[in-house]
Design a protein around this ligand. Structure first.
Ligand code: AMP
Ligand code: MG
Length: 417
């Protein structure tokens, strides 16, 4: 038996970061930048107005007040995206919109609210004059050219994970495409004569293949591209034929056939196709775990073989396949977010392994609490559907008692938490 951490280390030692690809920025959300991103532009390109108002020389309005407005003569108007052809001189003003470049000569913007523009409109008298009612601070309401980015700046560094804000920053630099570490293609194969695919009638004694779907969805959630190969029957020929279909994938995930059952020939078939190790890991669910390298046509594809029980395959995925996918994607932190919670249930541990129990975490008055989802059998997939976290019941204890503090790996992270 080996601990979870050791199994993970052995797996990650066989996983490499993938190659870069160049594609439209909007297709890169969640991926890791493979090159530094420099700017060819200055943002904003020119000093511009932060307000709708009047561009003036501060000297012309410095004495202005509510009772004694400074009267300026309006020589034109400028909107965002246009350049004012002219100059603001003493006693003059240009009506200016937010984002419009500040006209030459002007050094201050007075927002509409501090002028008598509204009153003049009501007077219905056509006039080119405007009264400024406030001696605004010199330089007020002007956004400086380059206050965000200067031409030549290193704006985003290689290794940055692209969130919506980084996608926006790349767009602000004018990038239509960028170069990121590509997404891994993950081949998924379920094994078992008892399995029937969804959408088919269910003959007596058979069950639907849920693992292929839960695993494919986990692959998607963590940034991989799932390729479901199908259901491998419990015979050598069928399994052999299917396993080699993963030759062009970056990783092969199988479920079932790694325990001690009579029909567990996955091991033998895999051993024929490369090197494979079978481990018993100090964890529950998920004690039997296969890891090896599938070799075919000169290619080497890492293979993780999960136990068939639906909860076991999902929990082992979280511990081992998720970090492998994140490493291939170029990410550098693999740990799932965890919280410390007060347990409101008893979680028994009878065989010294680390248990990942399904729990429901809630925050009340600033404190996390966790309770069991109910029966914890590794075939009870609805326990995963009820859970938002995996309670880590330490190995070599008799488990967690009500009132104990426990660590909980969060499966989801609700926004309000
Ligand atoms: P195995 O690891 O192949 O011995 O399977 C253990 C248990 O998980 C058995 O009860 C199987 O019927 C069940 N099982 C295996 N594969 C799947 C699957 N793809 N979907 C749902 N249940 C499965
Ligand atoms: Mg089986």
């Amino acid at each position: 038996m080996i601990p979870v951490e050791e199994a993970l280390e052995k797996i990650l030692n066989n996983i490499s970061i993938l190659e870069p690809e160049t594609k439209p920025i909007l297709d890169c959300l969640g991926q890791v930048l493979a090159e530094d991103a420099y700017s060819d532009v200055t943002i904003p390109p020119l000093d511009n107005s932060a307000m709708d108002g009047y561009a003036v020389q501060w000297e012309s309005i410095k004495e202005a007040s509510e009772s004694n407005p400074a009267i300026v003569y309006v020589i034109g108007e400028v909107a965002a995206g246009y350049i004012f052809e002219g100059e603001v001189t003493p006693g003059k003003a240009v009506r200016i919109m937010t984002g419009a470049p500040v006209p030459p000569g002007a050094d201050t913007i007075v927002q509409f609210e501090h002028t008598d523009e509204e009153d003049r409109k009501n007077m219905a008298r056509c006039s080119d004059e405007i009264g400024i009612r406030k001696a605004t601070i010199k330089g007020k309401n002007i956004r400086q050219a380059g206050e965000d980015v200067s031409k030549g700046d290193l704006v985003l560094t290689k290794g940055t994970e692209l969130r919506p804000q980084e996608i926006g920053v790349l767009a602000s630099l004018g990038y239509a495409e960028t170069t990121v570490i590509r997404r891994p293609m993950i081949a998924i194969m379920a094994t078992g004569d008892e399995l029937v695919d969804v959408g088919q009638p269910l003959p007596p004694g058979k069950i639907y293949n849920s693992n292929a779907y839960s695993i494919a969805a986990q692959v998607q959630r963590y940034g991989g591209i799932p390729q479901i190969l199908g259901i491998g029957a419990d015979n050598r020929e069928a399994l052999s034929a299917m396993i080699v279909q993963a030759v062009d994938s970056d990783m092969l995930l199988t479920s079932g056939g790694v325990s001690m059952g009579d029909y567990d020939i996955v091991k033998e078939v895999l051993a024929e196709h490369g090197s494979i190790g079978f481990w018993t890991v100090y964890m529950k669910p998920g004690k039997p775990l296969a890891f090896g390298i599938m070799e075919h046509q000169g290619k080497r594809v890492p293979h993780l073989g999960f136990p068939g029980n639906p909860v076991s395959s999902m929990v082992t995925f979280e511990q081992f396949a998720r970090p492998a996918i994140l490493k291939m994607l170029g990410k550098t932190t693999f740990a799932k977010p965890t919280v410390t919670a007060i347990s409101e249930s008893r979680f028994k541990n009878t065989d010294g392994r680390r248990i990942y129990a399904r729990g429901i975490v809630e925050k009340r008055d600033g404190q996390y609490y966790v309770r069991s989802t109910g029966p914890q059998g590794s075939g009870i997939l609805t326990s995963m559907a009820k859970a938002n976290g995996l309670v880590i019941v330490p190995e070599d204890t008799d488990g967690v008692h009500e009132g104990d503090m426990v660590r909980v790996q969060m499966l989801d992270w609700r926004e309000e938490e």
